[in-house]
Design a protein around this ligand. Structure first.
Ligand code: ZN
Ligand code: ZN
Length: 543
């Protein structure tokens, strides 16, 4: 876009003021350079002290954003890491090792101590020694925290006993997929091998049902008959429907199918799921499982709004009441008890795309790129409307999402005359802050990458450490030793707002760029010498 430039007197250097105004600012140049070198463009500052030398200094810590419009280098790095994770799990040939390590002596000693504490606690409860009870309960919690810090998983029994059980729901609420064959799920996560060497895996796309015909731009052909209500409810419950699909699939094929999946908006702004799935499953089976999978939402009916506009329930100090009759609204538990049929049933669309893919091929690489393509964008950036018609479509969907309850604690329930769980005087009827109701995200989930527990047998942090180790090994092969600094000596401090000694952002960026250039040069030399197997890795950000 060009703006008309008024004629201005030339200054001493022969430039007009407008010309000077158009020159980039120093910080912009530095930021662009940081981008080029893959250095975080908006690091935050921390102060780090060395226990041994007493030295204190300010360091820039990468922001770690996953969104490119916030920080390109951090977002691209985060995406690259997820691609590695996707690739490592997709065609795994050996079961990931999940055998738990035996408990350590520290863990068993602490557990014995906890058992004593619980005995004293129960005694104090029996004797009604309130002070002791509180103190002991706190001590038990702190021991539990310590056990978790020592790497113990799972939960220990509550010292107050099992508590009140919620009554079992009657069988009418069971959600089997009765038309599917059922097998016992074996404890294996790998697919079958074919011809002694091929181990294909799958790429599958699942969509939501149809809500009415749409044009190429995703907008309805007939907005009046497009089923916005079902579209909104399906979006809110999409993640649960997907969970059910995995359960049904595992039941049907008889092994513990693993996945790396991303949820993205389609043009019509309905969520869809792309997934890399380990092992090979017949297309026919995937289609059957999809057709048989449904999710029943056993919530109170919410088809007719009871309140709205100026007429809203009011808080009487304890609960919400009707503004006219002053009668309390129905409690959540009572409303649930009275439910006779599901408020909503979600199903998938009939189209199921599935494809067998061999590991290590270009095709596998392309699909990993496809799966992770939009991860550096926010949902809002992906679904941005570019025409009036799309804007209207989004507005209409948003309107429906504003009256669609997202959970049992959602303040939207108050509009239907029901007190949600956890309602307080701060609850505003109809105003729930959860992202399901936002105009920018249109019901799409915040967690867009879903990875099953036994995918690669590694966490993101493990993959990050792998990459760092790989670079260090490449450097070591060339004789460049990068000893890991002894981090136990370091103490990290938050920088107080207004600390006058904090270096400006430009300094942090310049320092990081210089460090990166030095690393890069060393790394390139090491790469040439060592010929590592994976040239797509980039050097880790030096801390
Ligand atoms: Zn960053
Ligand atoms: Zn809500």
């Amino acid at each position: 876009m060009t703006t008309p430039v008024p004629t201005l007197p030339a200054d001493v250097a022969g430039q007009t003021r407008a010309e000077r105004m158009r020159q980039p600012l120093a910080l912009d140049v530095i930021t662009a350079t940081a981008e080029q070198h893959g250095v975080c463009v908006r690091p935050f500052t921390m102060e780090v002290g060395d226990r041994d030398t007493g030295e204190l200094k300010y360091v820039g810590v990468p922001c770690g954003s996953t969104v490119e419009s916030q920080c390109g280098p951090c977002a691209r790095k985060a995406r690259a890491l997820r691609m590695v994770r996707c690739r490592e799990g997709w065609h795994l040939t050996e079961e990931p090792d999940f055998a738990p390590e035996p408990p350590t002596a520290d863990q068993t000693a602490l557990l014995a101590y906890r058992a004593d504490l619980v005995a004293s606690y129960l005694h104090a409860v029996g004797e009604q020694q309130a002070g002791d009870v509180d103190e002991l309960r706190e001590e038990i919690h702190s021991v539990d925290d310590e056990l978790r810090a020592l790497g113990m998983r799972g939960r220990l029994p509550n010292p107050d006993g099992p508590g009140e059980r919620t009554p079992n729901r009657s069988t009418r609420r069971r959600q089997d997929a009765p038309n599917l064959p059922r097998r016992k799920v074996e404890n294996r996560t790998l697919g079958r091998e074919f011809a002694g060497r091929f181990r294909p895996s799958m790429f599958v796309t699942l969509t939501c049902d149809s809500y009415g015909r749409v044009r190429d731009d995703g907008t309805p052909v007939d907005p009046a008959s497009y089923d916005y209500r079902r579209a909104a409810r399906d979006a809110v419950h999409f993640a649960s429907l997907v969970d059910r699909w995995w359960q049904n699939l595992r039941r049907c094929v008889g092994w513990d199918v693993q996945y790396f999946a991303t949820v993205e908006p389609q043009k019509r702004v309905a969520p869809h799921l792309h997934t890399a799935l380990r092992g090979s499953i017949r297309h026919e089976v995937l289609r059957q499982v999809t057709a048989a999978t449904y999710l029943q939402v056993w919530w109170p009916a919410h088809d007719e709004l009871v309140y709205g506009g100026d007429r809203l329930p009011v808080w009487d100090g304890e609960r919400f009441i009707d503004p006219g009759t002053r009668q309390p609204l129905i409690e959540w538990a009572d409303a649930i008890e009275a439910v006779e049929e599901p408020a909503h049933v979600a199903t998938f669309g009939v189209q199921v795309h599935s494809k067998g893919i061999l590991g290590g091929t270009d095709q596998a690489g392309r699909h990993i790129g496809y799966l992770t393509k939009y991860l550096t964008k926010t949902v809002g950036e992906v679904v941005e409307a570019s025409s009036e018609r799309q804007r209207q479509h989004h507005d209409r969907l948003h309107e429906e999402l504003s009256v669609t309850p997202c959970s049992s604690r959602c303040a939207v329930w108050l509009l239907y005359g029901i007190q949600p769980l956890g309602a307080t005087r701060k609850t505003t009827p109809g105003h729930c802050k959860n992202r399901a109701h936002r105009r920018t995200t249109l019901g799409l989930p915040g967690r867009r990458v879903l990875v099953s527990r036994k995918w690669s047998g590694k966490t993101l942090a493990d993959h990050r450490a792998d990459r760092k180790r790989f670079v260090l090994e490449a450097l070591a092969a060339l004789g460049i030793e990068k000893p890991e600094p002894d981090r136990t000596r370091l103490v990290w401090f938050k920088v107080e707002p207004g600390d006058p000694n904090v270096p400006p952002r430009a300094h942090l960026l310049m320092h990081a760029i210089a460090q990166r250039i030095r690393w890069r040069a060393e790394y390139d030399a090491a790469l040439l010498a060592a010929q590592p197997p994976d040239v797509s890795a980039t050097p880790p950000q030096a801390a």
